[in-house]
Every structure is written in C-alpha cells, then in structure tokens.
Design a protein around this ligand. Sequence first.
Ligand code: ADP
Ligand code: MG
Length: 616
Amino acid sequence: MSKSQKHEFQAETKQVLDIVVNSLYKDKEIFVRELISNASDALEKLRRTQLTEKDILDENLELEINLNTDDTTNQLIIQDFGIGMTEEELVKNLGTIAHSGSKEFLEALKQDGEKNDALIGKFGVGFYSVFMVADSVEVYSRSWQKKGKGYCWKSDGGGTYEIDEIDGQRRGTKIVIKLKEDFTDYAKEDRVKDIVKKYSAFVQFPVSVNGEKVNTVDAIWLKSKSEVTEEEYEEFYKFQGNDYEGPLMRMHFSADAPLEINSLLFVPKRNMEKMGMMRNENKVALHCRKVLIDAEPKNLFPEWLRFLRGVVDSSDLPLNVSRETMQDSELLRKLNQVLTKRFIRFLTEQSNKQEDTYLEFWKEFGPLIKEGVATDFTYKDDLSKLLLFESTALEPGKLTGLDAYVDRMASDQKEILFLFGKSRKSIEAGPYLEALRARSLEVLLLTEPVDEYVMQSVREFKDLKVISADSEDLKLEKLDDQPEGEALDKKSLKKLCKWLKEKLKDRLSDVEEGERLIESPVCVVGSDAMGGASARRIMKMMQGPDDEMPAQTVKLQINPRNGIIRGLSSMIDKDEDTALLVSNQLIDNALASANLLDDPREMIARSYQALEKITA
Ligand code: ADP
Ligand code: MG
C-alpha cells in the first residue's frame, strides 16, 4: 500500500463547500438523492461503456445501488458497481470543480456577492451536499479498466482531503458517511428507506436498503408510447398518483424544443374537491433524468390544473436546485407555459374526438376549467372553447360548447346569448326566453352560480359579444308578425309608464314598452355594466346568506298586450291603492324571475294584502 497523499481542495471548491454546508439546502435529506443520482449516472455510464468495450473489470457485477445503514456506528454507506473513478478522476471530480454547472455558479457568485441563495440553487454542487450531514466521508472507488487500482478518498469537508491506494476494491464506488451527531437519523433503516422511496422510486436501476429492494417502478415516461402497455400506465398512475383506480385520461408527451421535456400526465377519475373532501394539490413530480427534484413543485402548472397527476422530466433542469429557488425560476415558468399549452390542446382534442370521456371529465373537473377562464387571462380564450352548457337548441341534459353554438348561429346574429337561472325549468318558465324563442335565437342555459361570472370573464368569443339575454345591451329586432292580442293604445301606455315611474320611483329607474315580452306582463332588464343584473347576481353569490344587499332600482318592461297590464291601466284612476298593490307585486314577480329578489318577506306580506282585498 502506498502512503497517503494529502491534497488541498481547489480554492473555488472550498468556497462552494462552505456555501453548500452553510446555506444551500433546507432539506438536508436530499444528500441521499444526490448520491443516488451520482450512482445512477455512474451505472448508466458503465452501461454505455459496455456497449463498446470488451475488457471490463468485474464484468458480472449487477448494475444496482446498495445502501447500508448502521445505527451503532452512525454510518450510512452507498455503493454502486458503476464506472468508478481512477486516482486522477477522484482528484478532478471530487477535489476540483470541473463540471460546468459549478463553474457558472462561481462566475455568477463573483458578480452577485457571496450570500445570494437564489443564485446558489441554480447550479450543480451535488456531491458536496453530503458534508451537510457528515463528520467525515470516505469514497472507495475503482475504475472499470482492468489495469487500474482501487483508491480511498477521505475528507471532513474542511480544506483538505487524502487519497490512499487500497487493495481488494471491486469496480465502482462505495461512499462511507460518518454522520454528525445531529444527523444520526440517516443511519436508521426506516428513515433511509423513506427517503429512497420518496426521491428515487423511479431511478432505473434497482436501489436496495440493507439488502431489500426499495424502488419498484421504472421511468416509463422516458419510453416511447409504443413501448408502454395500458397496464403499465395504469400501475404507474396508481403508484404515483396514490389512487386505487385507474386514471380517466392520460397524456404522454415529449418535446425537444424549446425545452427537452418528457412528461406523463394523468387526470384522475374523480375530483376530490367536488366531493367536498379537500383541495387538490398539484402532484406532478418534477424529475431530471429520472431523479426526483421535487415531488410537489409549486409553480409547474397554473392553479386551475391542480388536479393533474404524473411526472415531468426535463434534462434541462439543474439537478441540485433547491426547492425554494426552483419555484420562481425562469425555467419553471417556461416549463409551465409549454406544458399548459400542450395540455389545453390535449383537452381540446379530447373534446372533439373522445366526446364521452370529455363529458366525464367535464362533469368532474368543469369547475376548475371555469376557474381558469375566470382567473387566468393568459389562457382564457383557449379555455373558453372547453366550456360546456345546456342550451335551448338541445334537449335537456345535452351540452354544447361555444364553437358549436357559433356554428348554429344565423349569419346576422351579433351576440352569444345566455340566461342564468336556478334550473333549466325555471329559466324556461321565466319572461325572457319567449322573445328569443319568437326570433329563433339560441340561448345557453346557465344553472351553476359561478357560470354567470365565468361568462362575464369570457366577455367575447370569436369577436362576438357574450351577454345575458336580460341585459339592456341586447337589442332585439322588431318581429315581422306582431304577437296576437289587443294592445293598449299608445296614449294609455305612455300614461301608465309615467304613473309607474312616479309612484314607484324607489324601485324603478325606468319603465318602457317591452319588445321582448310575448306572454308575460313584465320583466326587468339590467345593464351588463357594473350594477347591472348580472353583476348583482354575482355579488349575491359571493356574499354570505345573511349579508344585506344594497337597495336596487331596476328598469321595468311592460307588455301592452297582457291582460293584467291593460287592467292596471284602467285601474290607476279608479283605485290607486289597489293599482299600487298590483304594481308592486308585478315588480316582485319580475325580480323573482330574474333571480334578483333579495328577500321574499316583503313580497309575501304584500301578496297577503292582495288576497285580503280579493276575499273581502
Ligand atoms: P454532477 O453529478 O452534477 O457532475 P457531483 O458533485 O454530484 O456533480 O459529482 C461530481 C462528479 O463526481 C461527477 O460528475 C462524477 O464524475 C463523479 N462522481 C460522483 N459520484 C460518483 C460515483 N458514484 N461514481 C463515479 N463517479 C462519481
Ligand atoms: Mg451529481
């Protein structure tokens, strides 16, 4: 055995070591991930070498990674039978910073000052992370070449390291970690197993802890679609997504530009949020060449895609990035962009080609798509195409999207129309639909409280305004055939309007003849501007049940052909009290039809007065 060689760490390495140990990672446990990742790289390199070289040391050793814990001596050992290192390589790889990532890191450090943590995380400093937890580290290594020897590299992470020549070393690398007193946890079998499961479940080589194999699933997202069976996809999803049943949809997607991405995304069958159980948390794990970077990265997808499960793997990611830094990195933003766009495209395809599956998706996750429309301006237009509603053009229960609505529209129609109500039946019974029916205009029927808010966000679709059919802004053409029935003469109509406006000025901002009324006596119309009917309903939806709504005045349209209106017209001179009672009741009814009646108590009291009059 030759005598021990003492070496100084390269000055820059010392600097890096110092920073890594003191400030880089909050999660100390990731040193296990780093070492396994290095072992996995070493095995991968050996595998590639085997393709071209014949003379390989210990040809029959398994390509696997073994961890051993000893909680009596507080040691953790990580061993691989990979490519190994020569003496030269030990010096170069572990004593200097040769790889470009760390070089860049130091360059950037020089410019930005020493304690810039955000900067630190962007660059690779993997192996040195072991010194966060180690008193001393021994790296036993032997290169794959038969002529070489074995060496032991040793350091306590201070300024120096030693290298000894040793006998009896097999191919590959064994790292013996003597743990600091505070971190003896990492010498416990269960703890280490948990960490390995968490970070390395999909490392492509077998990983064992104290002889027991821990990782079971391989990186199917890196394979091509034709290489993966349905069962494998399903098994992987269940394992990764923690689900007892298979997924509803999956998207297996790879790209080379602008980023290298391999991703496998799943939509679960059920939306936990919908069942009121809990809020979905993004569970798409971020990997770099099979090694887990972050199991639940925060900004990989927009909020409204929080139901997704699966894996995103990008070799453009720096492996040693800290979670905090990752979350606001430029790279993550780009990944987010590419993946979100691609997933929306996938959903759009599904909605066209796999209608049944898409419908199931919509039933579960529709609320989240709506949330996207309402909150994420970037994707609003694309997401609008994914919305589905009931419609007067379709039988109950059937749904249509906005594209299909536009396809059905007459060429002179200028708006996409919708009406909100508690149910399809209640909208159909209301006063608004009749005028639109008479003009053969299709109306989307919105029955979820958030729908109206969503439509206000959509606002325009393919250059067409999207508006509520009870909006003032909707201008209806005069009907060619006037509706049947005798109508009030112009003079009486004008007088009635004036009377109503005067007597009920607390409740009415305006009164006019209603071009949209066929059967019903009255309806209210609102402006879509703030304070209009839509806005008021949205406000109501957002308020608590006991909150007082501010007083409202509405615009009333009256139907001169309706019997009640004609009767009212002749009553105003003869019996003003009753006329007022009837008018108030008409306004209440119109408000109720528009879902704008704030409190039914007054209306009930009034209707008793009316009943009293009738029965007197
Ligand atoms: P990186 O993995 O980003 O290159 P690390 O600090 O993790 O940086 O490792 C530095 C270098 O040390 C590696 O590039 C590799 O050449 C060498 N190395 C580390 N661990 C092993 C190992 N188990 N087997 C062979 N080489 C290794
Ligand atoms: Mg590494």
